[in-house]
Structure formats: structure tokens, C-alpha cells
Design a protein around this ligand. Structure first.
Ligand SMILES: Nc1nc2c(ncn2[C@@H]2O[C@H](COP(=O)(O)OP(=O)(O)OP(=O)(O)O)[C@@H](O)[C@H]2O)c(=O)[nH]1
Ligand SMILES: [Mg+2]
Length: 200
């Protein structure tokens, strides 16, 4: 999979604004500040396609990006403590509505490679199992660990998310570690949808 150009499509503040994709759509979700927007920029080879911030809670809308053969949806991060209850409820509704759609091909569930999953992470994963949405765990900020510790950390993340090690990719948006592996997963998603469409 070669990404030639990635473009911002639009933002949605509620379900009325959701895009009906005409190609595979992959949702990028995870706790606030885990590195979702940076991950999208790494895949796009662009620093400022998705806005990132050291302050958690930067992405408050669903932002859609067209990568040519697929669409990535950058979701607002969950579990951000420093916002009002009303704001939190608004985000929760937005995420509920988003995942209720039948247009999501795959989910990239991001988790910081150094940390134990939060209660929200576990809720998210349980939900993905319940609705049978296929997902890949993206263990972010791998550059923060010594290289020799990454393998063991991946094993720990896999166990915590009740999945196999092969379903966890350690990435670093700084060193670009893991990028090729992620592109391989995207290739498989795009090809699977193409063959399914041909069978119809
Ligand atoms: N060292 C390191 N820092 C990273 C990496 N990815 C993201 N960061 C930093 O983590 C912070 C949050 O990154 P974002 O990409 O804005 O995170 P987000 O998940 O989109 O955050 P919200 O939109 O607030 O939910 C920024 O300061 C990034 O520079 C990484 O792979 N390595
Ligand atoms: Mg973001």
C-alpha cells in the first residue's frame, strides 16, 4: 500500500454530519492524548494534516481523511477528565452514534504502549467484541521504551485487550516504527472489501 495523497474531507459534530463512505472506512479511536491524530499524520506523511496537541482533548469532532483507497475517521479521545460533565456526555453520544453505523470496516484501537489499559479502553474493546467489529490494537509511543522492552510490552498489551500478539502493532509516530505493518493491515482491508464487492 502506497499512500499518494491524503486529504481532509470534513468534520462532524453530530450524526447529521457523518460521512457515508464510498470506500472502506477505518475508525481511529483511543484515550485522549494517546496519539490518534499524530498516527494519522504519520500514515499521511504530513505533519499537520490532523491537528495534534500536547494538551489532551484536542480533537472534539469526528474528522474524516481521504487516503485514496480508504477513509480514516479521527475520533475525539475518550476519558479526558478536565472537561465539564455536559461536554463529556456530548462526546459519549457522538461516539455512540458513530459506532452505531454499519459503514465501519475496521477499527484501529490506540493504546499507549507504556500504560495499563483504562476502564474506558476495556469498555471500548468489549464493545468492539460485542458488535463484532474487527480491530487492530495500535500500541503508541513505542519510542518511549527501550527497544529491548517493546516485545514484552506488546505481549502485555495483547493480554490486556484479550487479543493475540499478532493483532497488536507497536508504533512510534516519532521514529515511524510500525508504519509498514499498519499499511499491510490497510492493504488487507482494502483487498478484502474489493473481493467482497466482486462477489456480489
Ligand atoms: N514520543 C512520542 N510522542 C507522541 C507520539 N505520538 C503522539 N505523541 C505526542 O502525544 C501528544 C498527543 O498527540 P495527539 O496526536 O494530539 O493525540 P490524540 O490522541 O489525537 O489526542 P486528542 O485529540 O486530544 O484525543 C502530542 O504531544 C504528541 O506529540 C509518539 O509516537 N511518540
Ligand atoms: Mg486528536
Amino acid at each position: 500500500m502506497i499512500i499518494r495523497e491524503a486529504k481532509f474531507i470534513t468534520s462532524a459534530a453530530d450524526k447529521k454530519g457523518f460521512v457515508r463512505p464510498d470506500k472502506p472506512m477505518i475508525a481511529v479511536c483511543g484515550k485522549s492524548n494517546v496519539g490518534k491524530s499524530s498516527f494519522i499524520n504519520m500514515l499521511a506523511n504530513r505533519n499537520k494534516l490532523a491537528r495534534t496537541s500536547a494538551e489532551p482533548g484536542r480533537t472534539r469532532l469526528v474528522n474524516y481523511f481521504d487516503f485514496g483507497e480508504f477513509i480514516l475517521a479521527d475520533l475525539p479521545g475518550y476519558g479526558f477528565a478536565k472537561v465539564s460533565k455536559a461536554e463529556k456526555e456530548k462526546w459519549a453520544h457522538l461516539l455512540d452514534d458513530f459506532f452505531a453505523q454499519d459503514t465501519i470496516s475496521h477499527v484501529f484501537a490506540l493504546a499507549d504502549i507504556r500504560h495499563e489499559p483504562t476502564a474506558d479502553d476495556l469498555l471500548m474493546i468489549r464493545y468492539l467484541y460485542t458488535v463484532r467489529l474487527p480491530f487492530t490494537v495500535i500500541a503508541t509511543k513505542a519510542d518511549k521504551l527501550a527497544k529491548t522492552r517493546v516485545k514484552e510490552a506488546v505481549r502485555r498489551v495483547a493480554a490486556a485487550f484479550c487479543t493475540g500478539e499478532g493483532n497488536v502493532i507497536a508504533v512510534s509516530n516519532e521514529t515511524r516504527r510500525g508504519k509498514e505493518e499498519v499499511l499491510g493491515v490497510l492493504d488487507a482491508i482494502v483487498n478484502a472489501e474489493k473481493s467482497a464487492a466482486e462477489e456480489l
